[in-house]
Design a protein around this ligand. Sequence first.
Ligand code: PMP
Ligand code: GLN
Length: 385
Amino acid sequence: MNPYLVERLRPFGTTIFAEMSALAVETGAINLGQGFPDTDGPEVVKQAAIDAIDAGHNQYPPGIGIPELRRAIRAHQQRFYGLDFDADTEILVTAGATEAIAAALLALCGPGDEVVTFEPYYDSYAACIAMSGATRRVVTLRAPDYSFDPDELRAAVTPQTKLILLNTPHNPTGKVFSRAELTTIAELAQERDLLVVTDEVYEHLVYEGEHVPMATLPGMRERTVTIGSGGKTFSFTGWKVGWVCASPALVTAVKTTKQFLTYVSSGPFQYAIAVGLELPDAYFTGFRAEMLDKRDRLCAGLADAGFDVLRPQGTYFATVDIRSFGETNGLAFCRSLPHRCGVVAVPSVVFYDDVAAGAPLVRFACCKRTEVLDEACTRLKGLAK
Ligand code: PMP
Ligand code: GLN
């Protein structure tokens, strides 16, 4: 334990993504752990970043983001969901969704408050709730279908609850919350006067069902903070361009914290993501189709290697249950996997408070070239022998 680290952050060591990516580099294994594509996104978007640098857009952009990007975010929300956000008062550009999540939680909750979220949860949620001084309460999404018990959700809400932190499509499970499930959450939020912070970074990666933005549900536009990111949709995860869409008062609150975290970031990349968001529908459907093919390929390969596959409805990820291999400890399994067969995956248990629920689950990323996915599956097949 690091004696310098403040107590509330002591449960948080190195993120699993850093640990597993380092293990991949060290062992030369195929990295199906951290979710990043191994190819670049659209050439026109990349060129727009180069052009922006050449054009001298290299100093601090405006605190709320460049107008071109805010207008593009607005048009994107209108085109895909019919949501109308004012580009000057209801949209804030952030350093990836990661900063949007941090800034929202630091702005909207503090000591004495409670945040309800679903587990497994993306790792930064627990850390940012802890940084804010609030307490997390989790409702478990139970494999294999990752549904939740509405009574459990209702019971998790107390008089101290400030907000519900949601993620759909969901990392790590690949679950796409149904309209009925989202309506249950929305009705509870209204009944108990809660805010909803919703992380929708995988909005364009839905293979089954539909992406329903929380802000589109009746009564939710005014109490929802929607978070998006260009990293996933355009396959440029290193650019870190994210955004927040919400009512003017909520955006102002988030902006107040955001301006003291990074102030601004990603100047020239903001121009490029604006170009990306304005690409025709064909780009978005093509991207989804490409990822759907990768999902199917990975799921088939994992099943062929002898795993019980929990087929994702969306996202970059597929989960397996390693009990079909006679193993129960996903963390130990992932730490040994690169040495056993040259593949890196992520143990889902790190995303759970309920260790028993997550222990046998392991997450593989499908956002890699098909030959890389095929080679990884061939190696995994050797494992059973
Ligand atoms: N939320 C979820 C659910 C994620 O999976 C990720 C990482 N891909 C992020 C937020 C962070 O997004 P960004 O890279 O834009 O900070
Ligand atoms: N979101 C990516 C994943 O889940 C990782 C991002 C990170 O390294 N924090 O794999």
